[in-house]
Structure formats: C-alpha cells, structure tokens
Ligand binder design. Sequence first.
Ligand code: GLC
Length: 501
Amino acid sequence: MRWFEKSVFYEVYMKSFCDGNADGFGDFIGLKERLPYLRELGVTGLWLTPFYPSMQVDNGYDVSDYMNVDPIYGTMADFRDFMTAAKQNGMAVIIDIVLNHTAINHSWFKAHPEYYVWKEAPNNWESFFGGSAFTYSAEQNAYYYHSFAKEQVDLNWTKPAVMQEAKQILQFWLEEGVAGFRFDVINNLTVDTTFPDNPFDELGEMIHKFDRNQPGVQAVIAELASFCRACKPDVFLVGEISSDDLNEIASYSRNDLLDVTFNFNFGSIEKLAVTKIFDELVRMEEVIPERLPTLFFGSHDMGRLMSRLANENRSVAKLLAFLMLTARGIPFIYNGEEVGMRNQVFGAIHELRDIQGMQAYHLALQDGASEQSALEVANQKTRDVGRGPMLFADGKSFSEGKPWILGRNETDLDKLEMFRYYKRLLEFRGQAGFQTEAYKKLVLEEDAIQYVRGRYLFVANFGETDFSIKKSGKLAFGEAMQSENYFIVSPFSGVVIELEA
Ligand code: GLC
C-alpha cells in the first residue's frame, strides 16, 4: 500500500485561497495561516496550482521561471515556512508543474529558441483557447507552436536539453520537500513533427489526431517518472490527460508512468445524471481494475459542483461529496466545495480574469453579439466561475484588500453545516478503514448507487423518492428512517451500513 492510496487531496487555487498581506491575491502566508482549517476539515494532501513567476496570462500556467515563487504569492522563504508548517499539520503537498509550455517571456525563449517547436508556415492546428496554434516571430522569421495562448509556447520534447532542464526543475522541488506533482496537460508534450493537418468531426470540432497522445509521449513521461522515483521512491505522480477517451486516459496510469490520472468523464459532466456517474464508476473498474481512479466533481477549470451539478441544492451537493469520499479512488476536493460555494457571476467584462472567458467575449462581439449577450457567453465559457475568492466557514474573509477577481457569489449562509458534513464524512473515512478495499458489489438500483467495500454497504440515493433497503446490519454513517425490516434512505442522501459479520 502506498501512502497516497489512503489520502484525500484538496486543490488550493492559490490566487483565491487566502491572502496574508491584503493585496487581494492569495499567498503562502495566508495558506499557512489556514493549515489548521484544512487539518480540521480532515484532508491529508494538498495540490497547489502554479505559484511560479508568471506573465499571468493564464493565471500561472504560463511559467516564466520554474524554480522560484511569484512575488504575489510571497518569497521562497514563505514557501519554506509553509512547507514546514504543512508537515507539522500532517499534510503532503503536491505541486502543479507545467512542462508542456513556458511563458513567452521565459529566458529560454530568447536564449534557446531550439527548445521550442518552429514551423515555416502554420498548418490547421487550433489552439485550445481558439484561433491558430501558430504565431509568427519576426526574430526567427518562423512560426512557433502554442497549444494554448500565444504567450504559452510549447516546448520541443525531442530535444534532450529540454528533458535535462525538466529534471533539474523536478529535482529542485523534490529537494524542497514536495511529495509529488500534478503534471499539467502531460499528454500534449509531443506532436507529430511532420505536422499533418488535423481532421474534424461531424460537428466541425477539431480532432487532435496529430498534436496529442503521440507515439513518443509515453517514453518521455516514463523518463520523467523514473527520474522522480529515483529522487524520491514514494513520490506521487498525478497526470492531467487532455482526452475524454477513458482507455487513453488509463493508458498513462502504469507502474512505469503515472500513479493516477484525472478522468474528466466522471468529474466534469455538465449535468447531474446518476446513470452517467454510475456507468463511469463501473468503467473505471473495468479499465483499470488494479489501479486507483481519481474522484472529483470540481476544479479550477470547471463550474462549481454546487451550481453545475447540484442546482444549488445542498442535499445533492452533500450526496456528491458522499460518493466522492467513499467510492474507490483518490478524491480531490476543490477549495470551496466544503462550504458549498456556488459559481461566481460576473456583471461586467472587467471583472473577469480568465483568458478563456475574455476570448469568448471578444469572439462573440466580433460575430455581432450585443455587449449584454457577449457577457452571457463569457459567463458561460469562463473558468472564473469556479475561481472566486474562498468563503470560509468561520466567516473570515479571504482578503482584507480588494480581491484580484470580482463578480458576485451568492453562496448561502449555511456554510458551516456543509463544512461539518465534509468533516464528519472525512472523519468516518479515516476511522472506518475502507479506503483501499475493492468493491464486493457495485450496482445501481432505481436511482440508488450501492457498493460494498470491506464490511460496509454504501447507499447513495440520487432519486427523488425514498429508497428502501433490507436491514442487514447497523447504520454507521448518515441518517435513515427504519422500519422493522428496512432502512429508508431519503431522496438525495447517503448512508453507510455496517454489515453483520
Ligand atoms: C490545464 C490547467 C488549465 C490551463 C491549461 C494550460 O488544463 O488546468 O487551467 O489553462 O492546463 O496550461
């Protein structure tokens, strides 16, 4: 058993978590202050979004210097203080590492243009945020490749020097005491360097046939992974795979590759559908039976689970938490979920910070939309909906200053009740000891997902009516009415039954 198999991770969106110096940006001083809060919640692992010096075009995913801390988050000394305190609070820290691209103002871009991908003329490849993935550089009289914004320049992973630089970076942070990495868009690292045009699907969407999941990419990841494991045998390696093909996602989760990979088919569904969630739980078992899936319903890249999936119904949000924290896998709570945070709503374009939302706004205007409807498009497209300033259960504000991101957040006042639920659930999870148990049963009956792990039966009733289940033991978590022979699980509630031996 590896240490992380029992862990519950918590994603800290650095800019919005806790501001220690009242400049409106979250930082390491603030994060350190909030460690007791996180310990009380009961998480044992943290994933920090990028905190390196950055142009902030994509909020830190455009790194200008990999071995430093951006002044908005503090100094290396603040980072080290935080790390010491995290250890004291029993928290393992994994950090986001962006090896697919650097910011265009990274010193390598001038000093080592050969580290990047160049082409004489663009082909049809599109960048993730829209528009061509190639931009002209007068200095090189050639086009550089960027799978994201034009300020995020893709590295050329056929160059051994790029691998050497990456290893230095990984080693640097491992020596600083991090427990692992969340590798950003790691299956994008290599592209087909003969640059064939990509095909389109029936809806006119580009199929990323030649710029993702290329044959050589697993060898690159294997080298990075074995390097990390040689530095630190118990390192935890998490991969963000840009793909919605579970077989592809799973192919990166292997002993010689990554420990786990994010499956967005489970976590980022647009609407609550119990059959979808259930089918995906089953599929994850079929595809990677010997490995652990990841479990999440939120991140900084999607709408908040409370708004997107729960329709602002607290019972539904709690039930999703129940599932995420008791099904088989490694859960990743997104900051704010534990207080039921809702989507941020933006009343004016200047309140937004996300390039994806701003780009959508300008494209809508170009297409002739009114400002009002362009703003609606921006509200729909922007990932900022989930990036609002953290609302703490104790009412303490994220910042004494003006937050870096504006907008409204109408999360209801009962944050504390939600927090207590997460806390009780995490406590139960910690004590009951089922985290590494396989499913003995995994079924969907009516709208209730049921599974048996170890000596526990878990029932998550996603239906709008009561669900009755034959008494086979005693209630270990949650509330249910009881008749002589049945437990009656109310709509949108989760219970755990300790089965008779
Ligand atoms: C990942 C990040 C996202 C970022 C992108 C480019 O998907 O989660 O926020 O925009 O990579 O680095």
